[in-house]
Design a protein around this ligand. Sequence first.
Ligand code: SF4
Ligand code: SF4
Length: 356
Amino acid sequence: MFKKEMSKAELTELTVAYLKEQGACEVGVVTKETLAGGPPSTDLEYVLTDAASALSFAVPLDEEKVSSFLSKKDHAGHQEDNIHTGFFITGLAVGLASYLDQIGYLSHGVDSNIVYRKDTPRGSRDFKPDISHRYLAVRSGVGWLGFSGNIITPSHGASVLLGSVVTTAELEPTNPLPEDKKYCDECRLCFAACTSHLMDKEEQSIVTMGGMEFSYQKRRSYHRCDLVCGGFTGLSERGKWSTWSPGRFPIPDDDHEFRGALVEATQAWLKRPAIEDGGFRHPQSPGGRKLNFTCGNCQLVCHPDKEERNRRFKLLSGSGVVIQHADGSIEAVKPDKARAHLDALDDEQRALYERI
Ligand code: SF4
Ligand code: SF4
């Protein structure tokens, strides 16, 4: 079989350049050694026998569309950008993997999102990724792990999507970013922007890879994010603003109550008119219905520039409350107008959006 003989340094330079030339803002490299002792989702051989290394990369989201999404001026623009950037990343990962394969180094492009292990007790319903882009990214210096647990990059903060290419090629690993340069000052705007309260207030999670420790705020039940980021509900605690979801079902304090909360909110969601401005298909979506991006706030508010971070949070907290019209369209209005809109509905219609 043809193999283009190249040194480790040459192969590393080539693969990093390949990704940067196509729009990656940050690129790093991990190896089996730098990932040693990490969680199961850092096992490169899970996706490729004899894997030796992986490239991790980030592609920025459109920042103007992020602002319009947070301020509730435009839903479709960021949703479309997010979906298409994800598909672009998957395509870029497959492109580099095929290129490496053609020159003699078997490789695997990891999907950017929505691919889960099938060999866990509940299969893809356990939402366990085959490879964790986040862990590869923090270990290789693509970004730091912020308080939120999201990857925060020096160039675009957390408003990026991540990709990975696993390869049998031996590459030179890159170092994690220096801790003393990490811009996360625990401002907790990500926490304030999350109506589901996914992040634990006190406890941290620590992950160890290749003898190095990385920490972020412990995540409570992932059903919290399923309930809100899934688009089923999203009103903030004081009712002053919401996600792009028109639902306002209660968000329990106790993690154990989330199964019931999810059933209640998804049953109502299934009967609502469809939001006709895009969306995406998810294999675990209730009823096989298309989902919409309604949140991502913890990620979208976080920017390296503190003023910009504050500005984004202000956009969100002043953005109003989303209601849905009979034709399925959604609109953000002042909280009292949203209340009046719901009060004017008959009980059957109102029950699609809140507990009555
Ligand atoms: S929003 Fe603030 S606390 Fe959260 S990750 Fe970003 S900088 Fe850290
Ligand atoms: S995506 Fe939304 S619901 Fe999920 S953790 Fe982030 S802010 Fe919370």
